[in-house]
Design a binder for this molecule. Structure first.
Ligand code: FHN
Length: 491
């Protein structure tokens, strides 16, 4: 997705989720980034090392579960959590009113934040992003600034607090999802306010937003960051002076707070990246149901990719039939794809109206957790390995250890690794995580003319059986014999 922003005579292509094209010239900006790139404080270092995260979309939209009275909202609503915006011939009569009264039924009898947190811990996620309020505006915390909140439901209690406390107790960092956009807030408008009355109303909305965000920081000081959403409308984009000051205020109130690139834009409307191509926030937050195809696209920025299990649909969906739902192997591939490029993968769960995860989510959590128990050292705290891309899977690296997570096992059981001839360290030993067998490692200088690489083969045991991706852990060190001296013939 890209937005062309015209600045004077300079048309700046604000490219997200694709190759980054830095503008030829830099322009004077008043509303560019507030924090320096590549923060090295404890919160951002933790972010860089998470590897795997969990998103939880939960709210009154969990009650219908993407259908109503047996009629599916598929095709009528953009996604399950958008069901209030259900349109088209199947939209139930008087639907908005029905939806806006669902909170009177919200009483999740099985909700147990500690059970959720244990499952997340078992799965191996290191952070969790939780929806405090989605586009419908229903707040899962006892906000003083709106009556449309959890205290008015039969459940009454502060769900955000229960979740923050339970996850923090399990050592899982909590980020709070906050939708700026509020469909049923009379002071919200998508278009930029024009008349004095519209401006007065929208100013009230901006203050309300600021009050709720300060309230969340006050109530839940243990959180590590905000995950903002619903910031694409002209009204919010036009409020760049307000949003700039608000970001500064939030950061001052909560030192170390982590905010992604979705919160605000510069004075030319450039979002995620300002008109000079600089990241607007602490990490790139544009990767949603999409993964970067080349490491260079990331331009050295921190990032995470948020991913649904069904094709789209973040809130609870009763019926997954007829949809491709991602398998454990799909998720593991996306996870290793992400961490091989210095990113985190965030898998979304949408609990039902009673507070239970979908059975398909329980299964994925269990299977991912079983894989992480054996292989997580190739996921946590690793970095991109600057090697020619492997056809067998994904490289990650930690100091002198190279991990190759194999998804495509070679039929000859030879895992061939290309190493630049000028490299100072080469593979000297290898094992498969979860086993103790030392694997044969040999230098196979196949001598492709003009090839800048040489090759090392790790021989996989014929009797090593695997039904899922496995990780080869490779020790890198100085070449051990003269023949391995990595020279290039003079040409
Ligand atoms: O409109 C929302 C959507 O409902 C969901 O919350 C996703 C999660 O990243 N964000 C927006 C779509 O980009």
């Amino acid at each position: 997705m890209a937005t062309a922003v015209v600045v004077g005579t300079q048309a700046v292509q604000a490219q997200w989720t694709g190759p980054k094209k830095k503008p030829e010239t830099q322009i004077e900006l008043k509303y560019g980034p507030i924090t320096p790139p590549h923060r090295t404080d404890v919160n951002m270092e933790a972010f860089r090392n998470y590897g795997l995260g969990q998103f939880i979309h939960w709210g009154v939209y969990a009650i219908p579960g993407n259908e109503w009275n047996g009629v599916s909202a598929r095709g009528g609503a953009a996604a399950s959590e958008w069901i209030r915006a259900w349109g088209g011939p199947n939209r139930p009569e008087n639907w908005a009113n029905i939806y806006d009264n669902l909170y009177k039924q919200f009483n999740p009898k099985d909700f147990d934040a500690k059970r959720w947190a244990r499952q997340t811990k078992e799965m191996g996620a290191k952070y969790m992003i939780f929806t405090t309020k989605h586009h419908d505006g229903f707040a899962l915390w006892p906000t003083k600034y709106s009556d449309y909140n959890i205290t008015k439901s039969p459940y009454k209690k502060d769900i955000v607090k229960e979740v923050v406390d339970a996850y923090t107790a399990e050592g899982i960092d909590v980020y709070l999802y906050f939708s700026v956009l509020e469909w049923n807030n009379p002071n919200y408008m998508g278009k930029a306010p024009k008349t004095a009355e519209e401006k007065q109303r929208f100013d009230k909305f901006l203050q309300y937003t600021r009050n709720q965000l300060l309230e969340l920081l006050e109530n839940y000081p243990a959180i590590k960051g905000f995950w903002f959403d619903g910031t694409w409308d002209a009204s919010w984009k036009g409020a760049y002076d307000f949003t700039y000051k608000l970001e500064k205020e939030l950061r001052e109130k909560h030192p170390g707070l982590v905010i992604g690139s979705r919160f605000r834009n510069d004075e030319h409307g450039a979002r995620h990246f300002d008109s000079n191509g600089r990241l607007l926030g602490d990490y790139e937050q544009g990767w949603e149901r999409k993964l970067p195809q080349q490491f260079e696209w990331l331009d050295g920025n921190d990032w995470d990719a948020v991913m649904t299990i069904p094709p789209n649909g973040w809130g609870y969906m009763k019926d997954w039939s007829g949809l491709y739902t991602k398998t454990t192997d799909d998720i593991l591939d996306m996870l290793m794809h992400s961490v091989s490029m210095n990113g985190n993968l965030v898998l979304n769960f949408g609990p039902d109206g009673d507070g239970n995860m979908h059975p398909g989510e329980d299964k994925l959590a269990e299977e991912i957790g079983a894989w992480m128990k054996v292989n997580s050292e190739a996921v946590y705290g690793v970095r991109h390995a600057d090697l020619p891309v492997s056809k067998l899977g994904y490289y990650t690296k930690k100091d002198s250890i190279l991990y190759l997570t194999v998804f495509n096992r070679p039929v000859n059981n030879i895992a061939r690794i290309a190493i630049a001839k000028k490299a100072k360290t080469v593979p000297v030993s290898a094992t498969i995580l979860g086993t103790t067998t030392k694997l044969e490692v040999k230098h196979s200088d196949i001598g492709l003319d003009l090839d800048k690489n040489t090759y090392y083969d790790v021989i996989l045991p014929d009797d090593y059986k695997s039904t899922r991706a496995f990780v080869i852990k490779i020790q890198l060190n100085a070449p051990q014999s003269k023949s391995e001296k990595l020279m290039d013939a003079k040409m």
